[in-house]
Write a protein that binds this ligand. Structure first.
Ligand code: PLP
Length: 388
């Protein structure tokens, strides 16, 4: 059978993840040091695992309400109020299967075919495909190294057209670790209000910000923004809970209602065991987050120093657990650099081009990896760069 004629055009139009392609090359090889996968190297803190185990022991194995357990939504609303400074009632919180599901639901709930969604690039690999699969038009705005890869309001303004409907933000950013200043967020908010745009803000790395002298600013907390913002957050990164697959969206009720319609028919609800674990994470897990953040900070500082010393210019990112060194001076494309680094030294990192065209010339290294492995990886990368 000719399956190419059977697969929906919208799906066929989307490329496979560049990260996945690259990691298929790594799989099954011995002795590779991976700076590739964007995942905490900690196991989920014990009290959170214990809550999951206990929930199973008690026989909590049923569906939950479509929106999620009321107690979890109450904890989420309380956490969002204290951490982000935005108040939602529990009917404005939807528990999802990771932020991944929340992104998909929000786009499908908000976009009509052909409408434009603007996002800043380099960005998380799912954004453009998710927009396309929701029948939207993906409009990338390039961010630059000289701006610390933050989105400047002027660049956003230039991308707005009468077809623009949604702006997607992600601070701290995967893959660059960029954070946004309050001033830039205010400029972005002003444009969104002026042009009547909805903002999807993916703040999954918000606890992993290294300058703790200033509080994290969510665009949802700025004047006039709550009513036009869908705040997405989850448990994967800060609480090292990737395998629990749990996230959430907070938004005005009509938007949550629209997202819920899709969620109830496609997913029904998020797994109850994960929801119970998440309550424990929010109620008793925050000191573990602080410890993990401090450990990441030390590793970030080490990598930034070593990369700059070996001649790969690298800004010190404000958040997440990635560094994004500039490899343009080597004359290699990001794919060739990553391939040769893997072949010659056994170090895996992701070519910047996997995160959109504007990631070309850079490499994403995830530092959620054992310190000793980071040391060996940097020695090997230095040897590689020295031979170029
Ligand atoms: N958003 C960003 C920016 C990410 O980097 C990731 C995972 O790497 C996700 C969302 C997906 O998160 P989740 O595990 O909650 O689906």
């Amino acid at each position: 059978m000719d399956y190419s004629r059977k697969i929906a055009r919208q799906v066929a139009a989307v490329p496979r993840s560049g990260i996945r392609d690259f990691f298929e090359l790594v799989q099954g090889r011995e002795g590779i040091i991976s700076l590739g996968v964007g995942e905490p190297d900690f196991v989920t803190p014990w009290n959170i695992r214990e809550a999951a185990i206990y929930s199973l022991e008690k026989g909590q194995t049923s569906y939950t309400s479509n929106l999620g357990l009321p107690q979890l939504r109450k904890s989420i609303a309380g956490y969002v109020r204290s951490f982000f400074g935005v108040s939602y009632d529990i009917g404005e919180v939807l528990v999802t299967v990771g932020v991944s599901e929340a992104i998909d639901l929000a786009l499908r709930a908000l976009i009509n075919p052909g409408e434009e969604v603007i996002y800043h690039e380099p960005c998380y690999v799912s954004y453009s495909p998710s927009i396309v699969m929701a029948y939207g038009k993906a409009v990338a705005v390039e961010t630059r190294k000289r701006d610390g890869f933050s989105l400047k309001p002027e660049a956003l303004e230039a991308a707005i057209t009468p077809q623009s409907r949604v702006v997607m933000l992600n601070f701290p950013t995967n893959p660059t670790g960029a954070t946004a200043s309050r001033e830039d967020l205010e400029g972005i908010a002003k444009l969104c209000i002026e042009h009547d745009l909805i903002v999807l803000t993916d703040e999954i790395y918000s606890e992993l910000r290294y300058d703790q002298s200033e509080a994290h600013v969510s665009i949802a907390s700025l004047p006039g923004m709550r009513e036009r913002t869908v705040l997405l957050h989850g448990f994967s990164k800060a609480f090292a809970m990737t395998g629990f697959r749990l996230g959430y969206a907070c938004a005005p009720q009509p938007i949550i209602e629209a997202m819920m319609k899709i969620h109830q028919y496609s997913m029904l609800c998020a797994p109850i065991t994960s929801q119970v674990a998440a309550i424990e994470a929010l109620e008793n897990g925050l000191s573990a987050v602080e410890d993990m953040r401090e450990s990441y900070r030390l590793r970030r500082d080490f990598l930034v120093k070593r990369l700059n010393e070996m001649g790969l210019s690298c800004h010190s990112p404000g958040g997440a657990f990635y560094v994004f060194p500039d490899i343009r001076e080597t004359g290699l494309s990001s794919k060739d650099f990553a391939m040769r680094l893997l072949e010659e030294e056994g170090v895996a990192a992701v070519p910047g081009s996997a995160f959109g065209a504007s990631g070309e010339g850079f490499l994403r290294c995830c530092y959620a990896t054992a310190f000793e492995d980071l040391q060996v990886a940097m020695d090997k990368m230095q040897a590689f760069v020295g031979r170029l």
